[in-house]
Design a protein around this ligand. Structure first.
Ligand SMILES: NC(=O)c1ccc[n+]([C@@H]2O[C@H](COP(=O)([O-])OP(=O)(O)OC[C@H]3O[C@@H](n4cnc5c(N)ncnc54)[C@H](OP(=O)(O)O)[C@@H]3O)[C@@H](O)[C@H]2O)c1
Length: 275
């Protein structure tokens, strides 16, 4: 893999700490973005069945010179398929043109459906079948995670949650860490700034390190021990977002950014989302 930080998950598998997200990208845009990202050095791609662009990963893998084994591919089990995991992963794998994903995530708990524990049991089987190297979840709160662990004995390796300077989820991040669950930040750039890029502390640090506000925010995720998957379909930004390994924020700077937390969600609250 390229020279970049790699995280060891609790099942022993290795995951790049920085990846490319492709939510809201068309198949063509996602394919071009992935090919570009692989050229730049990214080795992790985050897609999902519901993004309707898993095909882009398969197409990009055909185009790139980078070996399959050097690329970490994540996809997700959509909510409507919580009772249909086998068929869902087989459909995803076909679109991805893969025999195995590196990480299969349950997309939301959807508490009202009350099928997430059964879905998790099925995901454990899918891992045993070799269709997913690692398994994890997204958008799970402590109460949901506790049920998975208590009822199956299998702890997700990753919990991918909305996390950016305006929504830092420190309690959940700490709970995950205590249970060896790697926290992964979705919408890490607050979907393109949402005012974060204009904050004085971000602008001052950008000036100090001769970096852009987006690079400071990505560095803050890395220095907070988070896996981070900024999305871009713009080649210049795909490059920019990867040029973050030549500086570090110190503890005091990480703490300064911590003060920006407003508990402000851009996406739904997992307790209430059952779509
Ligand atoms: N598990 C879940 O429930 C869940 C939910 C949401 C997202 N995700 C994952 O997390 C990934 C990232 O989240 P996200 O896509 O919501 O938002 P994000 O990565 O926080 O922000 C993406 C937006 O920021 C822009 N952008 C990217 N780099 C930039 C830069 N250097 N300067 C200025 N603007 C920049 C992008 O524009 P352009 O593309 O036009 O360049 C896009 O509009 C998703 O793609 C998806 O893979 C998961």
């Amino acid at each position: 893999m390229a020279d970049q930080p790699i995280i060891k998950l609790h099942d022993g598998n290795m995951m790049p700490q920085l990846g490319l997200g492709v939510w809201q990208a068309s198949i063509d845009d996602a394919r071009n973005a992935i090919v570009e990202a692989l050229k730049v050095g990214y080795r992790s791609i985050d897609t999902a069945a519901i993004y309707k662009n898993e095909e882009a990963v398969g197409q990009a893998l055909q185009e790139t010179d980078v070996a399959r084994d050097d690329i970490f591919i994540t996809t997700k089990l959509w909510n409507d398929d919580q009772q249909n995991g086998q068929q869902a992963i087989e459909t995803s794998l076909k679109k991805l043109q893969l025999e195995q994903v590196d990480l299969y995530l349950m997309h939301w708990p959807c508490p009202e459906k009350d099928t997430y524990v059964d879905a998790w049991k099925k995901m454990i089987e899918l891992q045993q079948q070799g269709l997913a190297k690692s398994i994890g979840v997204c958008n799970f709160h402590e109460v949901h995670l506790k049920r998975l662990i208590d009822e199956t004995g299998v702890t997700p390796v990753v919990n991918q949650i909305e996390l950016h300077p305006m929504l830092q989820q420190r309690t959940l991040h700490a709970w995950n860490a205590l249970h060896q669950i790697q926290t992964e930040s979705w919408s890490p750039l607050a979907q393109g700034g949402e005012g974060v890029f204009d904050q004085d502390v971000i602008k001052q640090l950008a000036k100090k390190y001769s970096k852009t506000p987006a690079q400071i925010v990505i560095r803050w995720h890395l220095d907070s021990g988070l896996v981070v998957i900024p999305k871009s379909v713009t080649p210049a930004r795909i490059h920019e977002n990867f040029q973050v390994f030549d500086f570090r924020l110190d503890k005091a700077e990480v703490s300064e950014i911590a003060k920006l937390d407003q508990g402000k969600r851009l996406g739904p609250n997992p307790e209430e989302f059952n779509g």
